[in-house]
Structures are given as structure tokens and as C-alpha cells.
Design a protein around this ligand. Structure first.
Ligand code: ATP
Ligand code: RIB
Length: 317
């Protein structure tokens, strides 16, 4: 990374995650209901979620030094979500809103597939002014980690502040929306899944989109490196040096909710430790593989010893 730890503490440079925090309401059932149909669930539970918070926790569990900047309502969910972040070792810069804290309604079927509806609430109130007021966090960060569950203008300002202070920018463009060429040109590492990559590149999204073509288009628009996550197929990395594929680990997937978050949080952690991109992607690929073997977004995330056990070698030190 281009910014080293300033205070001499161990664990690499600091990571700043700017993004969403939700309470996930998760129902498991045999199959998804058809429109107008009522079915019985196997189970119901509430789990801390939101892409920004999930990625912050993923990074912290693996030993990263992470601050989360996000907006919550003045309600019981906000208290629970804040406490959860803190108990996972994340420093929380919590902004308050009169809108309710975000929630996500998630259905997981027996095949491990999910359907998600997000009611963004306070997440969509994070403003440019909020970001500006926290510029000091960007000055401290070596890596800034972003997604698209907050207003796009807040993302654009965060990217600008990260660049101003020399931090590496990881943008996980989920859920996908149109991103300008000027924004893409400021992103060091873009981490779409296959569909998001095609959407951003303006290529067809039906069938199985060509990840290489999408990534090359995005690289041509100025992104530093495009890392396309391919679910059970693994990861495609495309940089100016060329493209390479990293196969997924073979695991029994129970719930892929938050697989991308596990991947992005681990990627940020590894980059903040000073690892090169390909090595960091391998680390993230392993962390995400562990995460899909359990139900829930955050509760499924591995800690460092578990990940080291999984890969069968010491990945730290
Ligand atoms: P989500 O939106 O559900 O969080 P995503 O679409 O952003 O996920 P995916 O491409 O599905 O992200 O998965 C991210 C990464 O997780 C993959 O690149 C891979 O490393 C890992 N992964 C996902 N599914 C599996 C699987 N079935 N087996 C092993 N690894 C997996
Ligand atoms: O990526 C998974 C997350 O997306 C869930 O935790 C849910 O809150 C939605 O934001």
C-alpha cells in the first residue's frame, strides 16, 4: 500500500469502510414463493448486515484495523448494529438520521440461492457534507472500501478524498448503477460480480455475460484493476499486465449471502497488510469460500485462525 501505519502499531495500514448498515431479516424456505403465493418457512432470524458493515466486519475479523462510517436511525436496530460492529473490533463513526435504520428482507432457499429486498432508510441520507466532515478518516486510511448502497454523490466524494490523501480505493459496485468514466478512472480496484461487470460495461446481461470482455471494457475506461467475482467459479483478475483466473475453493455452499462482502473485506485487509494484488485476491477467495458454508452475512465470516486452518498454511506474519 502507498500509505504505511503512522502510529507504529501492527496490522498494516488502516482501512476505512464507508457504506451501508442494515438489519437483515432472514427467512429460510424450501423454494421461493411465486407472486401471490404463501408458503411456510423453515426458520426466521435477524442478523446484522448491510454491505458496508459486512465488509468492515470481514476485514476486522481477519485482523484489519477498520473504521466504519455510516448513517443509522434513532432506533433499537441502530443500537444493536453499533454494538455488533464494536464487538467485532470495528471503530464506528455513527451518523444519526431521523429516517429508520436500513433493513434487508432476505429469503434463502434450500439450494442456497437468495433473494434480497433492501429498504435503505438512513443509508440513503449519507451526504457529501457528512463525508467532508470526516476527511480526517481518509487522511489516516491506507485503503478506502466502498459499495453502492449509499447515495452515489457520497461515494464520489469519498473516492475524491481517498485520492487526495493517497489511499487505495476499492469500489465494490453493488448494486450496480451507471458510473461515470471520471469516477472509474479514480478507482484502483473495482470488484463487480459477473452481472455487475456487464452492467457497468454496457454489455448484454442475459445468459452468462463474458466477464473478460466486461473487465477489459472497464479497464479501458481507466480502472486500475478489475477483479470480477464469479461465484463458485472463483475470480477473474484483469490488469494492464493481462488476465488470470483463480478457481474457487471446493466447498458445500449453504448460503451465499454476503459472499461478495466477505471477499471485499478480506481483500482490503490483505492489501492494507501490504500484499500484492494477486496474493490479496487469493486470500479473499479463501475467506469468501469459508463464508458461504454458513447461514447469514456477518456471522458466517471467518476469523484469522479459521482462515489459516482452511487454507492449510500460515497466511499471516
Ligand atoms: P453476494 O451478492 O451474494 O454477496 P456476489 O455476487 O457479490 O455475492 P460472488 O461472485 O457470488 O459475489 O462470490 C464472491 C466470491 O465468493 C467468489 O469470487 C468466490 O471467491 C466466493 N464464492 C462464492 N460462491 C462460492 C462457492 N459456491 N464456492 C466457493 N466459493 C464461493
Ligand atoms: O451483501 C449482502 C448484504 O446486502 C446483506 O447483508 C443485506 O443487508 C444487503 O445490503
Amino acid at each position: 500500500m502507498n500509505k504505511q501505519t503512522q502510529d507504529g502499531s501492527e496490522g498494516g495500514s488502516a482501512v476505512l469502510a464507508v457504506g451501508s448498515v442494515n438489519m437483515d431479516m432472514v427467512v429460510t424456505c424450501q423454494r421461493f414463493p411465486r407472486p401471490g403465493e404463501t408458503i411456510f418457512a423453515h426458520s426466521f432470524g435477524t442478523f446484522p448486515g448491510g454491505k458496508g458493515a459486512n465488509q468492515a466486519v470481514a476485514c476486522a475479523r481477519l485482523g484489519g484495523r477498520v473504521t466504519f462510517l455510516g448513517k443509522m436511525g434513532e432506533d433499537a436496530f441502530a443500537e444493536e448494529l453499533t454494538e455488533n460492529l464494536r464487538s467485532n473490533g470495528v471503530t464506528v463513526e455513527r451518523l444519526s438520521s431521523s429516517s429508520p435504520t436500513g433493513v434487508a428482507l432476505i429469503t434463502v432457499d434450500d439450494a442456497g440461492e437468495n433473494q434480497i429486498i433492501v429498504a435503505s432508510g438512513s443509508n440513503m441520507e449519507l451526504s457529501i457534507e457528512d463525508v467532508d466532515r470526516h476527511e480526517a478518516l481518509f487522511a489516516e486510511a491506507g485503503v478506502v472500501l466502498l459499495q453502492l448502497e449509499i447515495p452515489l454523490e457520497a461515494v464520489i466524494r469519498s473516492v475524491a478524498l481517498a485520492r487526495r490523501h493517497g489511499a487505495t480505493v476499492i469500489l465494490n459496485p453493488a448494486p450496480a448503477c451507471h458510473l461515470s468514466a471520471s469516477l472509474l478512472a479514480q478507482v484502483d480496484i473495482l470488484t463487480p460480480n459477473r452481472i455487475e461487470a456487464a452492467q457497468l460495461a454496457g454489455l448484454p446481461t442475459d445468459g452468462v455475460p463474458d466477464a473478460t470482455a466486461s473487465a477489459q471494457t472497464l479497464l479501458d475506461r481507466g480502472v486500475g484493476a478489475v477483479v470480477v467475482t464469479l461465484g463458485a467459479e472463483g475470480v477473474l483478475i484483469v490488469t494492464e499486465e493481462g488476465e488470470r483466473c483463480i478457481p474457487a475453493h471446493s466447498v458445500h455452499a449453504i448460503d451465499t449471502t454476503g459472499a461478495g462482502d466477505a471477499f471485499n473485506g478480506a481483500l482490503a485487509c490483505a492489501l492494507a497488510e501490504g500484499r500484492a494484488l494477486d496474493e490479496a485476491v487469493q486470500f479473499a477467495n479463501a475467506a469468501a469460500a469459508v463464508a458461504v458454508t454458513r447461514l447469514g452475512a456477518q456471522v458466517a465470516l471467518p476469523d484469522r485462525p479459521e482462515l489459516e486452518l482452511f487454507v492449510g498454511e500460515t497466511v499471516g506474519s
